[in-house]
Design a protein around this ligand. Sequence first.
Ligand code: AMP
Ligand code: MG
Length: 320
Amino acid sequence: MNNKNIREAAQIIKNGGLVAFPTETVYGLGANALNPFAVAKIFELKERPSFDPLIVHIASFDDLKILSTGVTDNVMRLAKYFWPGPLTIVLPKSQLVPDIVTSGLNTVGIRMPNNAIALELIKESKCPIAAPSANKFGQLSPVNAQHVKKQLPNVDYVLDGGHTTVGIESTIVSIEGDICQLLRPGFITLEDIEEALPNTFVFNHTKPEKLVSPGLLKSHYSPQKPLYILKDPFGNIPETSGLILHRNDHSIYSVSKVIYTSQNCNKIEISSNLFAALHAMEEDKNVKSIYIEAVEEVGLGIAIMDRVNKAAYQYIKPTN
Ligand code: AMP
Ligand code: MG
């Protein structure tokens, strides 16, 4: 990876093409956010339903004011506190943002990623970049360049920035006046947001009646084989399965494969390694089904279990 690669990738964005690029969360599939024809290609390649809006990635605070008509003091405070970082803020959109980006909504999700390659790409492209995760709709999110190529072999260009650090998608919030709603849990927790906005009412809206954010679909992020969640005690685990654990208790399991996301239940490590573990199990032909240990749902554990529950949603859970 060097500046020449980034310049080549930026040229593709300028020409209306698609570039997969690393962010600190997962890899994104990017297009010029202001070019509706380029953005349409994202939906086509991902097989993403048109009702699912995209997040727009920016590299400077000035871009925020160009894309949104609702940049209040509170919004600036939140952005300055967490950006560049894994927080998407949903704001009233300006006329410059094409409807296809927002699926016809009058709001747009905006984020400044904390990844040098992503920021450089946006600057070189001289436009904001609309980018959902670089995977087929509903499947596992990519946390390295190989994961992208597995699901999207026809993407115009892949910028390889190695393994992402955070490993799960951004936290999404909307903010109107003194009310901030959490729409999707992520690395930045509700408590983190409360700390940044002490005079604002922050509440959890991640179980809405209607679909505020399609990232809230009950089934999402799924591997291409059955996935079951294990709660203590584990009960019977078939020998042909792959087992994903978050602590090493030094037990010997008679299964096809064991992957530890962490040795000691460190939630930052679990988040970082979660999707890579699921990809590895998906790719291993000896693994017929996947079993994953549950994580305590506090702090970052809420976002981790949000992804795990959605990944496992379509499968019947074992009786334990
Ligand atoms: P992805 O990048 O694939 O994780 O998907 C982006 C997520 O951001 C989707 O779940 C979108 O629904 C959500 N999102 C983007 N824009 C908005 C918006 N204007 N309002 C609510 N959610 C949004
Ligand atoms: Mg996604």
